[in-house]
Design a protein around this ligand. Structure first.
Ligand code: 5AD
Ligand code: SF4
Length: 423
C-alpha cells in the first residue's frame, strides 16, 4: 500500500516540477513514506531521520518530509526534533507542493486532515516497478473494521471505495504500456462497494480488460470473503489463484478479543470453500503471536490451525501494542517478551516446515509463470511467479520480462520453486 501511495506522491510532485534523484545526496527534498503498524516499523523511521539530519547539516537548504501513517499518528510530535519540515498524512498528498512551497526556516508545514472521500482516483501513479511487468492499483482507502490491536483505522481513516470506471481505466492504461499484471489493493478488498458494484463485480471488470492481463488482489478479510468472489476467481483464467487471508489467531477467545468477528470454525469453512472451488489456490496468511492475555493453550490453537490449513507461507509477528487502539486502552500487554518471542519462533518453525511441504507438492508439476526479471541469486536465471504467487526460478532460455512461459518444477526450497523450461 505504501509503494502504491509513493507512486501517487511521485505523480503529484512530478506535476509540480520535481524530479526524482537516484541518490539521497542529490535530493533537495527527502521524504519518507512511513508505516505505524508495529513499533519496529516506526523505530526504523527514527533511524532514517538521523540519516536525513546529516544531509541537512551538510546542505542547509535540504527539506525533510515525513508522510503517511506515522505522520498521521504522531502529528506535531514529529516537529519537536526540529529536523522535519513537512508532515503530511495519507489524505494530504495533493497539498504536498503547497506545503513544500510554504516551508520557511522556522515554519514547518503540517497537514494531517483525514478525508471521507479522497481516493486519488484521477491521479496516474508514476510506476516504480523497474521491470514494467506488475503494477499496483489502489481500489479503496481506509478501514472500518477496528480490530482491537490495529492502528490502521486511526492513521488511514474511514473506508472509501474508488469509482470502478477509474480503476478499469487505470488497468487499461498500464496494459497499454506493456504491464501484464495488476494487483488491486485495499485494506479489506471484500468490503469494496461503489454503488451497486461489489468486489466480485470489480474483479470481473478488471479481468475483462484483456485475457493476457493477470489480476491479483490483497488483502481479504475472513469475515467478508464471499462465495461470489471465490466463484469469480474460479471462473476466470486470468484471475490468479492466490488469496491472502490473515487469520491472526486460531483461538476463538483471542479472535473475539482481537475483534476479528469470525471464529476458527468460520475461518476453516472459508478455507474449505476456497479449496472446493480452486484446489490449486495459494493461500497465505498473517499471524500475531502473544496477543494480550494469550495462554499457552490458546497459542497451541494457533499452531494447530496452521498445521491443519497448511498455508503456502505467512507473515508472522509478535504483538506490538499501538497507542490509542482498543487493545492498548483496554487490555494489558501482559505476555512477557521472552514468551512472545518463543511463541513467534514456534510459529515460524512450523510455517517453514509447512511451506516446504507445500512447495514440495509442486515438484513434477507444470506451471504457467509470468517472467518478472533476473533471479536475485543467479542473474543468469530468470524469476517469476506462478498463479499461486509462489516464486519460480528457471533458465533464461531467451525469455524476457513480461513473457508467459510454462515451466516444470524440478526442486524447491521453502520459498522458491526451482524449475526447468518445458521442451
Ligand atoms: N502487532 C503485531 N502485528 C500487527 N499487525 C497489525 N497490527 C499489529 C500489531 N499491533 C499485523 C496483522 C496484520 C498485518 C498487516 O500486520 O497480522 O494482518
Ligand atoms: Fe487493521 Fe483489522 Fe482493518 Fe486489517 S481489517 S487494517 S487488521 S483494522
Amino acid at each position: 500500500m505504501n509503494v502504491a501511495d509513493t507512486e501517487v506522491i511521485f505523480s503529484i510532485l512530478a506535476k509540480a516540477g520535481f524530479e526524482r534523484t537516484s541518490t539521497i545526496e542529490d535530493a533537495d527534498l527527502i521524504m519518507a513514506n512511513t508505516c505505524s503498524i508495529r513499533d519496529n516499523a516506526e523505530q526504523r523511521i527514527w533511524g532514517r531521520l538521523k540519516q536525513f539530519s546529516q544531509q541537512k547539516k551538510a546542505r542547509k537548504d535540504v527539506l525533510v518530509g515525513i508522510v503517511g501513517c506515522m505522520a498521521e499518528r504522531l502529528k506535531e510530535k514529529l516537529l519537536e526534533s526540529g529536523e522535519v519540515d513537512i508532515v503530511a498524512g495519507p489524505d494530504a498528498y495533493r497539498r504536498l507542493p503547497e506545503l513544500i512551497a510554504a516551508v520557511k526556516p522556522s515554519s514547518p508545514q503540517i497537514d494531517v486532515l483525514l478525508s471521507r472521500d479522497e481516493t486519488y482516483a484521477d491521479i496516474t501513479p508514476v510506476r516504480t516497478d523497474t521491470n514494467g511487468v506488475s503494477a499496483f492499483i489502489s481500489i479503496m482507502r481506509g478501514c472500518n473494521n477496528v480490530c482491537s490491536y490495529c492502528v490502521v483505522p486511526y492513521t488511514r481513516g474511514a473506508e472509501r471505495s474508488r469509482d470502478p470506471r477509474t480503476i478499469v481505466r487505470e488497468a487499461c492504461d498500464v496494459f497499454s504500456k506493456g504491464y501484464k499484471e495488476v494487483t488491486l489493493l485495499g485494506q479489506n478488498v471484500d468490503s469494496y462497494r461503489f454503488g451497486d458494484v461489489t468486489f466480485a463485480d470489480l474483479l470481473g471488470m478488471v479481468a475483462d480488460v484483456d485475457p493476457s492481463l493477470r489480476v491479483r488482489f490483497s488483502t481479504s478479510h475472513p469475515k467478508d470473503i464471499s462465495d461470489e468472489v471465490i466463484a469469480m476467481m474460479a471462473s476466470r483464467e486470468n484471475i490468479c489463484h492466490h488469496i491472502h487471508l490473515p487469520v491472526q489467531s486460531g483461538n476463538n477467545r483471542i479472535l473475539e478479543k482481537m475483534r476479528r468477528r469470525y471464529t476458527r470454525e468460520w475461518y476453516l469453512e472459508r478455507i474449505a470453500a476456497i479449496r472446493r472451488a480452486m484446489p490449486d489456490c495459494g493461500i497465505t496468511t498473517d499471524v500475531i503471536a502473544g496477543f494480550c492475555s494469550e495462554t499457552e493453550e490458546e497459542h497451541r490453537d494457533t499452531l494447530s490451525l496452521m498445521d491443519e490449513v497448511g498455508f503456502d507461507w505467512a507473515f508472522m509477528f509478535a504483538y506490538s501494542e499501538r497507542p490509542g487502539t482498543l487493545a492498548a486502552r483496554n487490555y494489558p500487554d501482559d505476555v512477557p517478551p521472552d514468551v512472545k518471542t518463543r511463541r513467534l519462533n514456534e510459529i515460524i518453525d512450523l510455517q517453514n516446515r509447512k511451506s516446504l511441504e507445500c512447495y514440495r507438492r509442486d515438484i513434477g508439476r507444470k506451471l504457467r509463470v509470468l517472467v518478472e526479471g533476473p533471479s536475485k541469486r543467479d542473474p543468469s536465471q530468470l524469476c517469476g511467479r506462478a498463479g499461486s504467487s509462489k516464486m519460480c526460478v528457471f533458465p533464461a532460455g531467451g525469455h524476457k520480462p513480461g513473457d508467459y512461459i510454462d515451466v516444470i518444477v524440478r526442486d524447491c526450497t521453502s520459498a522458491t520453486l526451482i524449475c526447468d523450461l518445458t521442451a
